[in-house]
Write a protein that binds this ligand. Sequence first.
Ligand code: BGC
Length: 739
Amino acid sequence: MSRIWCLAALGFLHSVLLAQSGSDVEARIGALLSRMTLDEKIGQMSQSTAMASPISAQIKAEIRAGRWGSFLNAGSPADRAEAQRIALKESRLGIPLLFGRDVIHGYKTIYPIPVGQAASWDPALIEEAAREAAGEAAAEGIRWTFAPMVDIARDPRWGRVAESLGEDPYLAGVLAAAMVRGLQGKSLADAASVAACVKHFAGYGAAEAGRDYNSTWIPEILLREVYLQPFHAARQQGAASFMTAFNALNGVPATGNRFLLEDVLRREWQYDGVVVSDYESIREMIAHGFARDSRDAAAKAVAAGVDMEMVSTTYFDHLKQLVESEPIRASQLDGAVRNILRLKFRLGLFDQSVTPPREIEPGAAALRLAERAAIRSAVLLKNEGEVLPIASATTTVAVIGPLADSRADQVGTWSMDARLEAVETPLAALRKALGPDRVLFAPGMRNSRDRDRSGFGAAVDAARRADVVLLFLGEEAILSGEARSRAFLDLPGAQDALIDAVRAAGKPIVLVILAGRPLTFHDAAAKAATVVYAWHPGTMGGPALASLLTGKATPSGRLPITFPRTVGQVPIYYAHLNTGRPASDKELGIPLGNPEQPAGYTSKYIDVDFTPEYPFGYGLTYTRFEYSGLHISAPSIRSGETFTISASIANRGAREGVETVQLYAHWRSASVAQPVRKLLAFQSMALRAGETRAVSFTVSTADLSFYNARLERVIEPGRVELWIAPDAAHGIAGEIEVR
Ligand code: BGC
């Protein structure tokens, strides 16, 4: 036993001295490695879901034997404490286990789904939410989470758009870094810190036809310019681990992809963290048609640099023999085990003085934060006649719709640990805010897919008796997330018919949409005075929405992803190239009776406006902002120099508001054509009614660099158009020359 205590003491010391003692850790890893058997090494490289509650005698024996390095989704806090005790005290080398779980947008307290958080454009808030979530999870013994997901998502058919940080590499990178900071805190050794796992490396969001797990074909220039950017940002922020993706990238499964894992991640990015496969993605390389059998799959994953296998057991089944018969060198395994042990040391897991895990509940501070995050993530898309905010002192509201009072749907995908009892729905919160007598409730439908119209009568009746209709429509939680691709993006079930029915009552309609992706709801929006996009807003979505609707809070969210008019426009994103025949938004369709004279041979559709329903970056407030006085500090710059671009932002309305000011650039000509716009920076500012403030961005030529055809990052001479803008489709423009 004394040996174990000695290890533990060393572990504790290590965690205290972590910042200065990298070489000490490497020495300790080396000492440990030299004593490990091949079986123990393979054990460290294996992660399982097999630790149920209560822990079976077999699993206990396996932990004792060093069969597993990590468990995911394992047991209760007490089980985790017990398993860790066995690993530390009863296994031969006392190597701790690492418990992982998907803490994606909160643990017990749920924050808005990631794409909703991204709509806040608020890295500080996102960091705070991640910190709070990490604290809750760590208290229950989970020190590794599979977040942030930074897959660029430009196809709302793909259900995992919900988990993404949107379509833009710069925005996603800034927000991913914020999540990593929040999860990992100042030090991984802090007992409230959780190791981040950036996923899914890489290209997963480009799944063909938006169908989950599907192949991706991404030219390297696009991969580097767009898809790898947020991963790099997270790596720069010190993310402790990476997860490979399910998809094949350009024909090679990401899990066996040496280009991604070795050339880019390990060599170019000098990464020494853990690389874990996705759930059974090593074995799936057989179905991909890339590995002959599970032995071949194991060999290919190890050769590519996958340190740990999640759930499938090809490493356990074959690595020993592969090393003994020498297609795999033992040193390759040592590299993987080193990475895993390094993370365990960094987390301070060898330290036995850590308080054992215990069950926790959402605390008051977390709930307040979740409310703030939900307020900040809601996007006001339309507010005609200023129906919002509703006059809370006098108005009677009819609360209608299948998502007005559904706790499970409000928290969204990946909320298996949510405390549903703590969830406050819009209905409950509105009753509190307005008083129960002024809230008439008739859901109209049982769930978002319901086709039964028997509840419509009561809904129409409630609408007739109210001053305003608050209609909570959208998508149930289960319709977005992993394996939830949709070929239609409309409001499911009889929701459109419900709007028509309720509209007959003649009352203004406030449409609140809860959904995990951009939906297409052109007609529904046209029938409503007001549209609020709330995503799946989390535990405190109800109070947040009640505050927004009654004007206690003001909407400030901005779309992190383009909203199409129809699914036929997908993929649609703001940073596209111009084509040789760009359309103007006046050109529509083919004139009737004159097929010889279509409205221009330009890049558009003949049956729908080619522009999006709502552009990237878009979102209204309860006030109105005016942009003027664009100023660029110099007419031209040389490579290596910086310039500033500024403007005046005035709040011209009668209420305060938060404006998220965006800076975009476009290269008029370049050796590789550049997007019509590219986001370079953004800043949010709160302005009182009537207030005017200057906004200023400092831009370096490095910010204007891009990849040329030889894949070199270059700053080319040329003219660059710049916009300071409220969204990707508007703004005030200027220009600078790079010499
Ligand atoms: C998902 C990952 C997740 C993992 C573990 C997989 O199916 O693709 O995002 O982290 O399961 O739950």
